[in-house]
Ligand binder design. Sequence first.
Ligand SMILES: *Cc1c(COP(=O)(O)O)cnc(C)c1O
Length: 404
Amino acid sequence: MTALAALIAGKLPDGRGRFGTFGGRFIPETLVPAINRLEAGAKEALADKEWRASLDAELASWVGRPTPLTHAPRLSEAWGADVWLKREDLAHTGAHKINNALGQALLAKRMGATRIIAETGAGQHGVASAAACARVGLPCIVYMGSIDIARQAPNVHRMKLLGAEVRPVESGDKTLRAAIDEALRDWVSDPEGTFYLLGSAVGPHPYPWLVRELQAVLGREARSQMLASAGRLPDVAVACVGGGSNAIGLFHPFVGDTDVALLGIEAGGHGTGLGEHSATIAYGSPGVLHGCRSLLIQDDDGQIIETHSISAGLDYPGVGPEHALLADTARATYEAVTDAEALDALQQCCRLEGILPALESSHAFAGARRYAEKNPGSVILIGCSGRGDKDLPILLEAIDMGGK
Ligand SMILES: *Cc1c(COP(=O)(O)O)cnc(C)c1O
């Protein structure tokens, strides 16, 4: 059986947590017991109908699911296509991240954890984790690079208001990568009582699988909403890809629908040179980062290179292993769009649909517009992963709004 056939048949990841040659578990011995416990606990919980019902009830009453599928008539007209938006911007805390944070927090509770740790880069996952921990009643410690803390003050305050402790990370690159390293170190010191709530479909097995299962709710909803509202499946589903959690959540329920193209959009930044973008699949190469074999942005010596994107949430030098396989098998395609293209698409969506998408999500809009140019008349489903209110300071700098 080819890797793609196995994926479509629901047989991946395999017993070792691999998606073809990607994924797996590259971790120190000291982490093995904690990871094994997590895998067993997650499998048990996801197979337990009662637990799933309690998760679904919280997703409905606290997160606000299902989020709407919104037809976009004016974007459709402008692009010469039929455009539909899956509105994760309307989920509690303003993005898809809450689906994963809530699911893992409920899992932590079920597994008897006494504290939850999380990492955050821009702060969005930290905010979602802090909110979910408050909801389930567990203390939350968020590791955040000191550079990111300085850049993202409003999110730091949000996390604190929600009762979390924010621990500055001064080691390494003092950003997301160092924060993940520090969270893993913390976990090793208390593998029984601590639950590590990881923010995207990356890291060692079982995280890429667990996060996909928790985010697939958005793709399942979108699939049945398309059938109900458009009367058919889309020609293409488009999502932005940072670590890849909203994209894998949207793509996964469509993987077996081979007539539906899957298009992942990465952050092309302001150039194709190392350090100018964050387009891991477009420009990266295989390697191991944070316990997982996938594609990475690295130099010839295997050193991870700092990435750039106007959207902080797409700024990760790796990508989830399932995306690496989807790209490898050509079941999904991945393209990069630049900061400028994303900004332009954001403004178009604001003016034509009255929706301010997150800068991350605006990459998906820009990629969808490009797809429409090449495929006139097509039916396009866009994952609107989050709302853009958080991006106002950057938008004020980047866009000339006229006057003062
Ligand atoms: C964090 C974030 C992303 C990127 O993360 P993925 O794991 O790739 O989904 C995309 N959109 C929004 C709104 C985000 O906050």
